[in-house]
Design a protein around this ligand. Structure first.
Ligand code: ADP
Ligand code: MG
Length: 266
């Protein structure tokens, strides 16, 4: 057998073993890096380390891609495209701390964003979600009313506990537009159960037009409202976004960036 055909046989066998071991990046780069290693006389451990480092990095990148895909976050709502100067009541440093230091997720702490329509609540909470995914966490974005419907269907089929358990795999569950949940006993009680289930274990981020004073509209019974609010705020960062609608300001400025004047005069 010639030297060339021995090499071919060896690499085919190596390729099969790498497939078996599910090391696609090592498989893709082995030829190139082995050649470089031979040429430059690398010590064996350097070649091994280089190959495995590539495998680990690409594995991590694929994992993050999967997490982003499953998250349902709007792809373009990022911190880089969020104009903090339009929102003087919110501290950029505080938001960046939530985005960069993710230990609050381990404590099951919450983030609550309040403000009228169009002030950037959904954008900011999505942007935070993307940053947490970049940091290796798992996030699910859902409209609050959609999730409530899903949980209600689960309750009807007697599989609410399983459905709630499925949500456990997400470090952060974003409920967008809490105020749009209809005032209906069955609906609000699944929401209440969700809040109790995640309390001090898994984080929630909630956006709402109405601050707590109007949550009696969301939960039917005052006792339930009180208990829900109590759990949510116990470990929470609250971002009050009481500015004029960003959409309206952009429209008024003829698509120019919004002026710094931000607080509404009301
Ligand atoms: P809300 O959820 O409070 O109703 P959105 O997050 O949907 O508001 O914001 C409305 C639109 O304005 C979106 O297209 C959003 O990207 C944009 N927007 C709002 N605030 C900002 C901001 N501070 N910087 C950049 N874009 C913003
Ligand atoms: Mg919104």
């Amino acid at each position: 057998m010639s030297a060339a055909s021995t090499t071919t046989t060896t690499s085919a066998r190596l390729g099969m073993m790498l497939t078996d071991l599910r090391l696609p990046t090592v498989k893709r780069l082995a030829g190139e890096l082995c050649a470089q290693s031979d040429l430059e006389g690398w010590p064996a451990h350097r070649l091994l380390e280089a190959l495995l480092e590539h495998e680990i990095n690409e594995r991590e990148a694929r994992r993050i891609d999967r997490h982003r895909h499953e998250s349902s976050l709007s792809p373009d709502k990022r911190l880089s495209s969020f104009d903090f100067s339009a929102l003087p009541s919110v501290s950029k440093a505080q938001v960046m701390a939530l985005a960069e230091g993710t230990e609050w997720l381990d404590r099951g702490a919450n983030v609550l964003l309040f403000g009228p329509p169009g002030v950037g609540k959904s954008h900011l909470v999505c942007a935070l979600g993307h940053a947490l995914i970049d940091a290796g966490r798992r996030v699910l974005f859902t409209r609050c009313s959609d999730l409530v419907q899903r949980l209600q269907a689960a309750r009807r089929d007697l599989r609410l506990p399983q459905e709630l358990a499925k949500l456990d795999r997400f470090d952060l569950l974003i409920l967008d537009d809490l105020s749009y949940v209809r005032r209906d006993q069955a609906e609000t009680s699944v929401l209440f159960e969700l809040i109790c289930e995640r309390y001090e274990r898994k984080s929630l981020a909630i956006t709402a037009n109405a601050p707590f004073s109007q949550w009696g509209e969301v939960f039917v019974e005052p006792a339930m409202t009180l208990a829900a609010v109590d759990r949510l705020v116990h470990h929470a960062t609250i971002l009050e976004m009481n500015v004029e609608s960003y959409r309206r300001r952009v429209a008024q400025a003829g698509h120019a960036p919004p002026a710094r004047k931000a607080r509404s005069t009301t």
